[in-house]
Design a binder for this molecule. Structure first.
Ligand code: FAD
Ligand code: NAP
Length: 335
């Protein structure tokens, strides 16, 4: 199976063993095949492929999660507990919650991908992270051969990180995510200046519906649509620096945007540094850094993972040389 149309970078990638799980019965069948030793672990779990760099040949079996379903588990006057199956489209799920007057996820609208992938890197945008609303995560662990249900705390969420990325936990297939959402429409998160300004410019009141609308407009203006130009969103994480290093950089580059974190570190804008190194809108072979947002790597022509990683290394080297900061690639690399 070629995975070219199953990853948003659009990289051609052959997977000798591919399984799509549409129903619970498909999953039970897969579990049996592993128990009967017809399939060898580890698996690679695939959602919509919007955070992946795929090599030409993938040696591990690929399992795509397609199970659909949303339900309200309980509610009171203040909040609601909602469960969504892992194959649900994240953006559609966010719209559904806001239409039902369940609030919290509106800042995360238009993030590509599935509900099941949302806990993996604890997706975040415009001041909100999935962890702020995830109640628990359920699934099946192929290595331990058991079902799991983890509380928010057990998922060890951090900036673009979670337990699910750690070794020893990558055999956990997420089947359902449970969210605790608010029924208070006026409790919106406007910590990001760009979002607050956008609402003000358009004379919009601070409601969840308006936040949803503004985030959609902001994103559509700035981010490349993967159906038009291949990309995997932000290609590097914004580095979290110790105060001493951040202070030193600030004295050298007073305009470098920095955001203090609750743990004392400072988050530094990777996009700003990449732009200062001259990479915004520049190409290296068939790939380049996007003209409107230097943090996004885009595929202009037919390309391979090697082309993508060659550009990533060139950008990393320049940022290290000029700023002394070692950037970390955000999408996951499958070999
Ligand atoms: P995939 O790319 O298919 O997989 C990503 C990882 O999750 C892999 O390790 C995979 O094995 C694992 N995984 C997927 N499903 C499961 C499952 N059911 N069980 C276990 N593991 C699983 N990210 C942000 O955080 N914020 C943003 O604002 C944002 N904007 C983006 C904008 C664009 C244009 C693009 C292309 C990407 C953006 N991303 C953003 C990155 C991406 O959308 C998210 O990381 C998303 O959650 C990936 O979902 P997916 O279903 O495509 O996962
Ligand atoms: P932006 O608003 O130009 O901001 C640049 C960076 O500064 C962002 O990455 C953001 O970090 C940080 N930032 C801005 N205001 C902040 C604040 N008040 N407090 C703390 N950090 C702040 O970014 P953008 O490219 O247009 O993206 C908008 C949002 O969508 C961002 O949150 C971004 O993360 C998210 N996004 C993510 C991806 C992805 O693939 N991961 C892709 C596209 C957009 P954070 O990234 O930590 O928020």
């Amino acid at each position: 199976m070629n995975l070219k149309d199953k990853n948003t970078l659009g990289l051609s990638s052959e997977s000798p063993l591919f399984f799509a799980i549409h129903h619970e019965s498909d999953l039970r069948e897969l579990i049996h095949q592993v128990q009967d030793r017809k399939l060898v672990l580890p698996f690679y779990f695939l959602g919509d492929g919007s955070n992946l760099i795929l090599s030409k040949i993938i040696s591990n079996p690929v399992v795509q999660m397609k199970i659909l379903g949303r339900k309200i588990l309980s509610e009171d006057s203040e909040s609601v507990i909602v469960q969504a199956s892992a194959g649900e489209n994240w953006n559609e799920f966010v719209h559904w919650t806001v239409e039902k007057n369940f609030y919290g996820l509106e800042n995360l609208v238009l993030i590509p991908g599935t509900v099941g992938a949302s806990p993996i890197q604890n997706i975040g945008a415009y001041g909100v992270e999935a962890k702020d609303f995830i109640h628990s995560v359920k699934g099946y662990d192929f290595e331990k051969k058991e079902w799991f249900s983890l509380t928010n705390e057990q998922c060890q969420f951090a900036y673009r990180d979670s337990l699910f990325k750690q070794s020893g936990h990558q055999s956990k297939l997420i089947t359902e995510v449970v969210f605790k959402l608010s029924k208070k429409a006026d409790k919106v998160n406007l910590t990001y200046k760009e979002l607050k300004n956008h609402l003000e410019i358009h004379s919009r009141s601070a409601t969840a519906e308006n936040v949803l609308l503004s985030v959609k407009e902001l994103r559509m203006n700035k981010l490349p649509d993967p159906s038009v130009i291949g990309n995997a969103g932000s290609f590097f994480k914004n580095p979290l620096l110790q105060p001493e290093k951040a202070q030193q950089l600030k004295s050298q580059f007073p305009l470098l945007p920095m955001y203090p974190q609750t743990d004392g570190t400072l988050k530094v804008s990777a996009g700003w540094m990449i732009e200062k190194c001259g990479w915004k809108g520049q190409r290296l072979g068939p790939v380049g850094m996007y003209e409107k947002q230097a943090l996004v790597l885009v595929k202009h022509d037919e390309a391979t993972a090697d082309d993508v990683l060659k550009l990533a290394e060139a950008v990393k080297a320049d940022v290290l040389r000029q700023f002394g900061v070692d950037l970390e690639i955000e999408p996951l690399i499958w070999k």
